[in-house]
Design a protein. Structure first.
Length: 265
């Protein structure tokens, strides 16, 4: 059955592509997540200074938010076409790779720096004295708390996302893609946004609870807005997958995924 074989090959490639996109962006987000950037400075605006949690709140976010929207979208697409089992499989695998990545990176901070490397990087681009090995260690040794926080928050968020997505899929059928995708993301990221920062920067860092609530709130507002704004991307992705697999095959794959998710609810 050449047609069936061709479909299976396309289905396998689609799953591998989506998993690769999911895993790559999750790892990148974890690596760059140690940096906190100012949205106001990025836009050339003054600090917002919004009153919240007993202090003035500026729009400061983890740089990891740049890549996480791709992870959200990819997770929903995998859930749509490969069910809860597919999402959980790549989620658990990603958590293992995140842990491996941090262990590998963290171990390099104990390596003795080469003398010439310290000398040629003794000053920054502004001419200020700099210890590049100290800077390297200061950045990546934040990784232990971030690793633990990220893995815990990531797994909680993914389990919540896939569960809510499947629950909404069961009640809406093949309609209202935006509802199950956006609804599951908004709920799961409410937990994820605060758990990762609390563990990484409060339990393992020196942040106050107020700072955790500030940055967590801003991150969640950002993720919520992105979830809403990227809804058209989901429809484009569905259209492209319909074209790639064939509309009937794509719909059958989605129905099979939904049926398998319902049996494991």
């Amino acid at each position: 059955m050449p047609n069936a074989t061709a479909f299976e090959q396309k289905k396998q490639f689609l799953f591998l592509f989506l998993c690769g996109l999911f895993l790559t962006n999750a790892l990148i987000a974890e690596i760059i997540g140690v940096k906190i950037f100012s949205v106001e400075a990025l836009l050339g605006a003054s600090p917002a200074q919004l009153p919240l949690f007993g202090t003035k709140l500026d729009f400061n976010m983890s740089a990891g938010v740049v890549n996480w929207p791709i992870v959200f979208i990819t997770s929903d697409i995998i859930n749509e076409y490969f069910g809860k089992k597919g999402v959980r499989r790549i989620s658990y695998l990603t958590a293992i790779f995140i842990a491996y990545m941090y262990i590998a990176i963290y171990s390099t901070t104990s390596l003795p720096p080469a003398k010439f490397w310290l000398e040629i990087n003794s000053k920054d681009s502004f001419g200020n004295a700099m210890n590049i090995d100290g800077a390297f260690n200061a950045i990546f040794r934040q990784g232990l708390g971030i690793m633990i926080g990220s893995i815990v928050a990531f797994l909680i968020g993914q389990v919540l996302d896939v569960t809510i997505f499947s629950w909404l899929r069961r009640r809406t059928g093949s309609k209202h893609i935006w509802l199950r995708a956006t609804g599951s993301t908004l709920f799961s990221q409410l937990i994820d946004s605060f758990v990762v920062i609390f563990i990484a920067f409060y339990l393992f860092g020196n942040w106050s609870v107020a700072q955790v609530m500030q940055v967590g709130s801003i991150n969640y507002i950002y993720k919520g807005c992105v979830a809403l704004l990227t809804t058209p991307v989901l429809y484009v992705a569905h259209y492209l997958i319909d074209r790639y697999l064939g509309k009937e095959n794509a719909h059958q794959l989605a129905n099979d995924a939904a049926a398998s998710s319902f049996t494991t609810m």
